[in-house]
Design a protein around this ligand. Structure first.
Ligand SMILES: Nc1ccn([C@H]2C[C@H](O)[C@@H](COP(=O)(O)OP(=O)(O)OP(=O)(O)O)O2)c(=O)n1
Ligand SMILES: Nc1nc2c(ncn2[C@@H]2O[C@H](COP(=O)(O)OP(=O)(O)O)[C@@H](O)[C@H]2O)c(=O)[nH]1
Length: 223
């Protein structure tokens, strides 16, 4: 098994299960899950310079400018240089993919293909714990107590951009921006696409793929 540090990306539209799959990979293989959306929401809550700027874009359903999210992610990646990592939500555009290219060679890109109706249903039932980024779904993985985070006991919230009108716009924008990124990774031979409507069915295939690159922390397959 290669001892090289894993550099991986998970691509997929909003609601496709990137966060869920990344969390499982991070737990099973002991690698760092870096979510660009989570870093942005943290900055917004902290009212940092990046956060104040990002908020203006997110409120209009827009992506933040490439240079802003790229500098946030480059700073985070610098801190994790000596660890295996997995990116969730970055790169979202070709410009971001090109910036990532300048600092590393990706080993693996996991692309989640999920039907539009499934995405809409999932997002309308998604609740998050803002401080940790923990994600719940009222049908798929509900919290122990309705509206309350299992670990901290703090309240869960629903993201503004998970409301139905915002979702349709986000999905359209995702497709447009992701197309050249997917083509780039396909041409490099690192793209692995998974299609379906259930994360639990996709997960064993993802697990097998990642196992070919990194050793699992637990000997038994999770879920
Ligand atoms: N590279 C990125 C990543 C995120 N964002 C912005 C737009 C996103 O709508 C928001 C939240 O990011 P998430 O990755 O959490 O959200 P997604 O839109 O991808 O939705 P989801 O978490 O549902 O996949 O942050 C951005 O502008 N550029
Ligand atoms: N019903 C259902 N919900 C799921 C499944 N997989 C993930 N979810 C939920 O769908 C929502 C979106 O998943 P998430 O991992 O946040 O996707 P992301 O937007 O791509 O990061 C969350 O509320 C998840 O808990 C699934 O197979 N079935």
């Amino acid at each position: 098994m290669a001892s090289k540090l894993l550099r991986a990306v998970v691509l997929g539209p909003p609601g496709s299960g990137k966060g869920t799959v990344c969390q499982r990979i991070a737990e099973s293989f002991g690698l760092q899950h870096l979510s660009s959306g989570h870093f942005l929401r943290e900055n917004i809550r902290a009212k940092s310079e990046v956060g104040v700027l990002a908020k203006q874009y997110l409120e209009q359903g827009l992506l933040v400018p490439d240079h802003v999210i790229t500098s946030v992610m480059m700073m985070e990646l610098e801190k994790k240089q000596s660890q295996h990592w997995l990116l969730d939500g970055f790169p979202r555009t070709l410009v971001q993919a090109e910036a990532l290219d300048r600092i590393c060679d990706l080993d693996l890109v996991i692309n989640l293909n999920i039907p539009f109706e499934t995405l809409k249903d999932r997002l309308s039932a998604r609740w998050i714990h803002p401080a940790s980024g923990r994600v719940y779904n009222m049908e798929f993985n509900p919290p122990d107590v309705h509206g309350i985070d299992d670990i901290t006991g703090e309240p869960l919230i629903q993201r503004e951009d998970d409301k139905p009108d915002a979702v349709a716009v986000r999905l359209r924008k995702y497709k447009e921006a992701a197309k050249p990124v997917i083509e780039l990774y396909k041409s490099r031979g690192v793209l692995h696409s998974f299609s379906g409507t259930e994360t639990n069915k996709i997960w064993p295939y993802v697990y097998t793929l990642v196992s070919s690159k990194v050793r699992p922390v637990h000997s038994k397959e999770a879920n």
